[in-house]
Design a binder for this molecule. Sequence first.
Ligand SMILES: *Cc1c(COP(=O)(O)O)cnc(C)c1O
Length: 820
Amino acid sequence: MNKNNNLCEITVSDDSVLMNAHTFAEDLARHFHFSLGRDKVQESHLYLYNALAITVRDHLVSQWRKTRMARAGQRRVAYMSLEFLMGRTLNNAILNLDLDDTVRAALEGYCCDLEDVEQAEHDAGLGNGGLGRLAACFLDSCASLALPVIGYGIRYEYGMFNQEIKNGQQVEHPDNWLRNGNPWEIAAPEKAIRIKFFGHVDVITKKDGQQYRQWNNTHDVLAVPYDMPIPGYQNGIVNTLRLWKSEATDEFDLDEFNAGSYTESVARKNLAEQITMVLYPNDSSENGKELRLRQQYFLSSASLQDTINLYVESHGKNFDKFVALNSYQLNDTHPSIAVAELMRILMDDYSIPWDDAWAITSQTMAYTNHTLLPEALEKWPVRLFENLLPRILEIIYEINARFLQQVAVCWPGDSQKQSALSLIEEGHEPQVRMAHLAIVGSYSVNGVAALHTELLKAGLFNDFYQLWPEKFNNKTNGVTPRRWLSHCNRSLSALISSKIGRNWVADFAEVSQLSEFANNKAFQKKWRDSKQHNKAALVDLVEEATGVTFDVNMMFDVQVKRIHEYKRQLLNIMHVIGLYDRIRKGDTADITPRCVLIGGKAAPGYVMAKQIIKLINNVADTINLDPKVAKYLKVAFIPNYNVSAMEIICPATDLSEQISTAGKEASGTGNMKFMMNGALTIGTLDGANIEIRDAVAPDNFFLFGAEAHEIPGIRENYQPNEIIANSPTLSAVMQLLESGHFNLFEPGIYDSIIESIRDPGDMWLTAYDFDSYFQAQRRVDECYKDQQLWTQKSILNTAASGVFSSDHTIRQYRDEIWKL
Ligand SMILES: *Cc1c(COP(=O)(O)O)cnc(C)c1O
């Protein structure tokens, strides 16, 4: 024991000495044989994958240390998100470290392809869909732009469930992604942070008569950090994603312990570990479960304490520089309780008076809104807070009281404004409105596409916009061109680089140079060859997953995303039914043969979404069994859509389906991945589709459907039955659905879907947009017949996708919100 605490400091002065002593292949062999103790390459490639991951990680760790040291004392941003949909790490690390040739050469000694070894890695599916994937793309861009941004999230033991399709229906299986260990994470149990729950608030009077409040008798939980490296693109930077795992403290309930219930007392520790056990699988809706609120507070408190500890280490308890050195980006309202928690820490732990604490909080918090759907707006019962987070509720009440005074100044005597804007929704069961807390406590509120931000300002948040117009701004989403083009589409990447060099991977605006070659016949031919190559890979995936054999000579028409009524997978399958009806009737003259692929997960409790999955599967079965139809139309539902599946799907897609009811899709990012990979879009004027169409020019986009501003008028007198009666195609579709053609042995299972289409209250206006959609699809058919024209448009789509790089988006966050 070293009694003087005089620990020997080990400094690694020059990592390259340690690293270069061996070749990559030698390091790989050493890790395989010694670190992991393996002799043979087994069929699963699991150990070879692990050895490769540790070897690559060695390279990351030295850059990671250097990045950390260079950042000391700089202004930093904490990106707080309940979700990070990372997918695989190995492939991305190899690309960003420029290790591809090295790794492939080293693997030759083991007689296997990098692609096979990569398959052994489980996706890190710590998110539901677009919101979580956005966080992952942002981390890649922040590292690639060398920005000091740290991601804070939760290390869920179980990520997004695995979806199986059984008898056409979704079955959920737990995603035990950590079963084989995670070579990418580095735990730091010694840096664990205490998080308080339950207990009560005591008012303490100091000697000078001053009162302060103490949150006592709490049941504490530990937050243990697990760090994942986030490498920038070939720039020597490695940022951090810090994920928190909940663990029990070492304390026992003494009464219980002394009463002899030692084992029960130990067993109760499980409760603490439940907090980070599982990701809630709801996309765009909240289920109000207490455990979810615990997750939100756990993440917010741990991350804030972590950033404050770092500040205090170098600045002591003087917070004068805190605002200059820190900013927090809240990914949706999920971590918005951080507003109240930061106030608590500053006041209760650092004795900072309210006004100063509020100045710090409201100048460091920034909030990104992701949805206008009412069911996704988070509200938590006050009663839940009273029990679980009593001190936080007091602070929320105080923030609200002071805020409502401001409202009264702006709208004197207007009690309606008071209740509309209040952080507390009154009623039988009073609720805390998390979006209001986030807006009041933030210096920036942003939407995620131009239309979305306009709708926020004009509708949902209009009162707040009137109060604080300067807070509101737009940041259109983006996706990283490293994963979503360079890595996932090697053939197209090579072709692009052969024309414009390889700098586009770092500076994606350069893809605009491709437009020069859009009419070049030889280039078009190579562009088509690349697409055919990618389609062959998707054929294999679809065949293996569904048994359906796609044909690379047909058009690949794809809609993959979470299953939700507003995204209108129903409209897509109704078009398929309409095509099927024509083909059966011999009306095939104008039809362009197509393979329709649909995929996505439904929230386990979302009954209508699950029925839509069942309908798609039954329609697919009926169509695929009909030999007369086979040469015109094939349909498949691909199970378990996730990041790794998308990496194969988007490079192979000809037509991208982005067909949400206008005004409902905040941005969409799937649309951007497809565009980058040369797909043409059929879509409504919704979310980022509008900006995609503007960027590529209207000629190169298949537009249909009602516009957002028309929709309130349409709903006023919506008569879907009349629309159906007046449309021969739609009537034929409804006839097939209503005759039970797709559910001969399962009578009645589609009744509620049919009713929803015929319902004058149909929120999603499916019948209204059907004819317009069907006609747009006929324009698609016609265009696809002219392969030169189609290819030209395909090249122009990739060429115009520069602004949808998340690098572009992050530069705007950097300059306009974070001021880094
Ligand atoms: C990009 C992506 C999404 C988001 O898709 P949208 O079409 O924008 O809803 C969802 N899930 C995965 C796996 C993705 O890669």
